[in-house]
Design a protein around this ligand. Structure first.
Ligand SMILES: NC(=O)C1=CN([C@@H]2O[C@H](COP(=O)(O)OP(=O)(O)OC[C@H]3O[C@@H](n4cnc5c(N)ncnc54)[C@H](O)[C@@H]3O)[C@@H](O)[C@H]2O)C=CC1
Ligand SMILES: O=C(O)C(=O)COP(=O)(O)O
Length: 630
């Protein structure tokens, strides 16, 4: 039992439950038919007019009851259905109702016949439920309501609360303007506009607090709750036009998400990142040391792509910021584009197509060859390189590959010991190495000179790995018969003008870094990365993090979870456990993973903790970040 000297007044419809009960009743009573939808719409309209105070409540009630044509028997399925429609965060925090049972009241303009059985399960007895009651005829039809009840009158909640004459601070939690009026009249001390189910502007505009769920209400009041930090307080900034599904998934989870179409330059990002807990980017946004240092709340960076060298991974780690990416989602898209481009180059298709666009017919087999039987040299035999190997072989190409790591050949592919060997044998050279900064100008003048005369060259990896001047020279001198380039050393942050020295060259296909830009890939990434983010935020899992010790954690029931990220120096674990022992906290599970720089320890406890424990754990020397989950 928590002593707060507060009284909590809850509204019922759309606050404790996700729905308006009379709308559900209408669904039950109205027979399917052409008029059903119209009547339902009419009932909802009248409900809203009443809630917003645009018509008198008595009028709204009378009109709805006439339309409903309900009976006593209809209340049974109504109660059953309402039990399934309790607001999510109310359900999650059932303990709040148990612990504060004496101080919780329901004041509703709904009806006790269906409210009482629902809220009884939340330890609110009938005597603390104030609502209307139905009038029935002898046959059990609902024919009206008790008109002497104050709650059947316009602004009846004011009189109802006045009559209760409650002591202590009175807080009203409701979704409608008719709840706010108790505060306006000066009988309640605070009004929380409850927006978990419906956001009513008129109520929200007047509220002392807008509370998107009960967790936020409990947080504001510093009361025990299911999760320590309400999800709506977690701010997510998604840049570079990531697929809208990501926005959907993360918003549905309750986070506050903002979506921008473009990348941000360093200075602007340093400003925008303040207060942000999760940053979502693609390949353009540079998450530099300065940006990470300006970030005061950052927990996670989600790279909605494969490459992660645009992020200062080391600084992120040292600051306790976990980075995730999507290593597989767009690989197939890149492979398909590579195949397409290789065929287009070998057939000089873009030249032929441009001629026709310019009104010229030039039918020729000149510079046009099949890919069957040609040697394909793949540099970088990773997730993309390997898939390309299989598909190219299926088209009859002879595949050679070169990789600095020891990679098993798929199918009949032949491994080359050196880059020179690969360059010398390939009719088509395609680049799929990773975005490691050490790969800068990996292919330059010397490498082009080692290629076969008339070879074609494809780069879908990163712009900086190729010396563009050398590539232009190789194309101009006809050493290469063509090239396809998707990535450039400098790429613009948003769509618009773009210049490259490769423009205007013959048989050169230029694409704006769209290798991974397919609907399928972007949708898959928008599913994969948010799941990783949510898994880390909600339970501390770092599986598949690119810069952090990986820990897969079991789900815990009735436990508190402490996440402690620290410098990997001796003795920290002992200090954590010393604090826990001092406060006689029983550890139900403890998991540790370290790398050379940081340690990540998760401790599950089966007992309530107080703020002193929190403070002491945070104060341990070497602590980078400390977070409590629930
Ligand atoms: N154009 C686009 O839209 C996209 C581009 N990419 C880029 O494609 C590249 C490859 O992606 P994945 O196959 O997923 O990466 P991966 O990491 O699975 O494979 C890269 C391979 O390159 C090898 N490698 C690295 N440096 C090398 C070097 N100097 N010489 C030889 N081998 C080297 C690695 O050992 C590894 O096997 C990355 O740079 C990625 O950023 C990825 C997706 C979309
Ligand atoms: O996945 C990658 O590394 C890519 O290059 C794709 O980047 P993007 O998401 O198109 O900015």
């Amino acid at each position: 039992m928590v002593e707060t000297n507060r009284k909590y007044i809850f509204d019922f419809d759309s606050t404790l439950t996700r729905v308006e009960a009379l709308d559900v009743l209408a669904e039950i009573t109205l027979k399917d038919g052409s008029s059903k939808a119209k009547v339902l719409e009419e009932i909802q309209h009248i409900t809203n007019l009443g809630i917003d105070g645009d018509i008198s409540f008595t009028e709204s009630l009378e009109r709805r009851i006439q339309l409903l044509r309900a009976t006593k028997g209809d209340l049974v399925p109504l109660v059953q259905q309402l039990k399934q429609k309790i607001s999510k965060s109310i359900e999650e925090n059932k303990e709040f109702f148990r612990n504060n049972a004496e101080d919780i009241y329901v004041i509703s303009c709904g009806f006790k016949e269906f409210i009482d059985p629902i809220v009884a399960e939340y330890d609110i007895p009938s005597e603390r439920v104030f609502a209307n009651t139905f009038k029935f005829d002898a046959a059990g039809n609902i024919i009206g309501f008790d008109e002497t009840n104050v709650l059947s009158k316009h602004n009846g909640k004011i009189d109802c609360l006045k009559n209760l004459d409650l002591e202590g601070e009175v807080q009203v939690i409701g979704d409608g303007y008719s709840d706010y009026v108790m505060r306006e009249a000066g009988i309640a001390d605070k009004f929380f506009a409850y927006t978990e189910n419906v956001h009513r502007t008129k109520a929200a505009d007047n509220a002392d607090y807008i509370t998107p769920n009960l967790n936020e209400f409990l947080y504001v009041n510093n009361l025990p709750r299911k999760i320590s930090y309400p999800k709506n307080r977690i701010k997510i900034l998604l840049l570079e036009n990531v697929h809208p599904d990501a926005f959907e998934h993360l918003s549905e989870e309750g986070f506050s998400v903002e979506l921008l179409k473009h990348a941000l330059p360093e200075e602007e990002l340093m400003e925008r990142i303040k207060g942000v807990h999760v940053l979502g980017i693609r390949s353009k946004t540079q998450v530099t040391k300065k940006v990470l240092e300006a970030a005061d709340r950052l927990l996670v960076v989600g790279a909605f792509c494969i490459g992660t060298t645009q992020i200062d991974l080391e600084t992120a780690k040292k600051n306790g910021v976990v980075v995730f990416n999507a290593p597989y989602s767009n690989t197939r898209s890149v492979v398909e584009l590579a195949i397409g481009q290789i065929i287009m180059l070998k057939r000089s298709i873009f030249a032929r197509s441009t001629e026709i666009h310019q009104g010229k017919w030039f039918k020729t087999a000149l510079n046009s060859q099949e890919v069957r039987g040609k040697n394909l040299g793949i540099i970088g035999y990773g997730n993309i390189g390997k898939q390309l190997s299989v598909l190219a072989e299926a088209m009859g190409m002879r595949v050679y590959y070169y990789d600095i790591a020891d990679r098993l050949a798929l199918g009949n592919a032949t491994k080359c010991k050196t880059l020179e060997e690969l360059l010398a044998i390939s009719d088509v050279v395609t680049l799929h190495i990773d975005d490691n900064k050490a790969n800068k100008n990996f292919i330059g003048e010397q490498q082009f000179s080692q290629m076969r005369d008339g070879a074609v060259f494809v780069n879908l990896s990163r712009g900086f790995v190729v010396d563009i001047k050398a590539l232009v020279a190789a194309l101009q001198s006809k050493k290469l018969s063509g090239a396809a380039v998707d990535v450039y050393p400098e790429e613009p942050r948003s769509n618009g003008a773009f210049k490259t020295e490769l423009q205007g060259l013959e048989n050169v296909i230029l694409t704006p870094h769209i290798g991974g830009s397919t609907e399928e890939a972007q949708r898959d990434i928008a599913d994969f990365v948010p799941n990783k983010i949510m898994d880390y935020i909600n339970s501390g899992n770092t599986v598949d993090a690119v810069n952090f010790p990986n820990i897969r954690l079991p789900k815990q029931q009735n436990a508190h979870r402490f996440l402690h990220i620290h410098d990997n120096v001796p003795g920290i674990m002992a200090k954590i456990n010393e604090v826990l022992a001092k406060y006689e906290l029983n550890i139900s599970g403890q998991y540790l993973s370290t790398d050379s720089e940081v340690g990540y320890v998760i401790t599950d406890l089966d007992k309530d903790y107080n703020d002193d424990v929190f403070r002491e754990l945070k104060a341990i020397k070497g602590t980078i970040r400390f977070r409590v989950l629930y």
